[in-house]
Design a protein around this ligand. Structure first.
Ligand code: UDP
Ligand code: MG
Length: 310
């Protein structure tokens, strides 16, 4: 029996890449006669000709190509979720459209699942060539920090590019949270995952939609959605400064009793007030970040809104 591989492809302003991506994957599909490949392109509110490109592909190959078009840009995480919900195959792959995720790995991934018995075969980049050095540096620090403070392991350099069994996809679909951090979700659901390694590839066309600031915010979101350690740090800072203040108070009272109280030292007093005030604001900020997440979560807004689907 031929098994279907559903490929989920989030696209945001990728008009040039879409036909190149389809051609490249079709080439690999031809080497997999026992499997049927089905595409789910997600147009994440592109402002260019991505949607017409998808419509054209769908008309050319209506049996295998599907697309979903959002009413606006909801972000890659939302696009992935929409794709996972639409996919019907026994196996599901998640792939970027810019060919930074080489389709040539698909047969090996399939082998990992069908022959070696893994539930998921993911990919990780062994280098970050062609990326700004400062970005690589911060990426490294991010993986260090999040793996330190979160129970969920996030593999350094792991891409979203992966092939999963239906069972694992169903587990991911159970996680209907609004604040989606896929790297964490893929790992949180468990299952046996094998990682294939490959060298970083350059985009075929277009340019990355991630700014440095965007990535920074994304990594903070990742930490907040998969770790409660920042809250613990906030409580620790509070407790620590309380103990310190108590000791200082005892010291000052005893000193005043023994030597009297020559009123001096208001500069130090002001410094201490500023320090404590700053710490309070910092901790409040951390708590606020979590409350913000809760706020978005309890509103139960849809993760995405579809305008057109085929
Ligand atoms: N993408 C998306 N919505 C967005 C941003 C990106 O669907 O808001 C898609 C994009 O079209 C691409 C994938 O997510 O297929 C990865 O984006 P990009 O190549 O910009 O990220 P990078 O590879 O640089 O991490
Ligand atoms: Mg890319």
């Amino acid at each position: 029996m031929t098994k279907t591989i559903s490929i989920i492809v989030p696209c945001y302003n990728e008009q040039e890449s879409i036909p190149l991506f389809y051609a490249a994957v079709e080439k690999v599909a031809a080497t997999l006669p026992d499997h049927r490949i089905e595409y789910h392109f997600i147009n994440d509110g592109s402002a260019d000709q991505s949607l017409p490109e998808m419509r054209a592909l769908q008309q050319q190959d209506p049996e295998h190509v599907h697309f979903i078009s959002f009413s606006r840009n909801f972000g890659k995480e939302a696009a992935l979720y929409a794709g996972l919900q639409a996919a019907t195959g026994e196996y599901v792959a998640v792939m970027d459209v810019d060919l930074q995720d080489p389709p040539e790995l698909l047969p090996e991934m399939l082998h990992g699942i069908e022959v070696e018995g893994f539930d998921c075969v993911g990919t990780r980049r062994t280098n970050r060539a062609g990326e700004p050095l400062i970005r690589s540096f911060f990426a490294k620090q991010f993986y260090k920090i999040i793996n330190h403070i979160s129970q969920t392991e996030i593999v350094d350099g792991a891409r979203d590019y992966r092939l999963m069994t239906r069972q694992m996809v169903n587990a991911i679909l159970e996680m209907s949270e609004y604040n989606r951090f896929s790297k964490g979700i893929f790992s949180w659901v468990g299952f046996d995952t094998k990682y294939l390694e490959y060298q970083n590839q350059d985009r075929v066309a277009g340019q990355t939609s991630w700014s440095f600031w965007g990535l920074f915010k994304y990594s903070l979101d990742g930490i907040v959605t998969f770790s409660e350690t920042p809250l613990a740090i906030a409580s620790f800072i509070g407790f620590f400064s309380f103990i310190l203040a108590l000791l200082a108070l005892i010291f000052i009272v005893i000193r005043a009793l023994l030597f009297g109280d020559p009123t001096s030292g208001w500069p130090s007093l002001v410094s201490i007030m500023l320090l404590v005030g700053g710490l309070q604001l910092l901790c409040l900020g951390i708590v606020g970040k979590y409350i913000g997440k809760i706020y978005l979560e309890v509103k139960h807004r849809p993760v995405y809104i579809i305008k057109e689907q085929k």
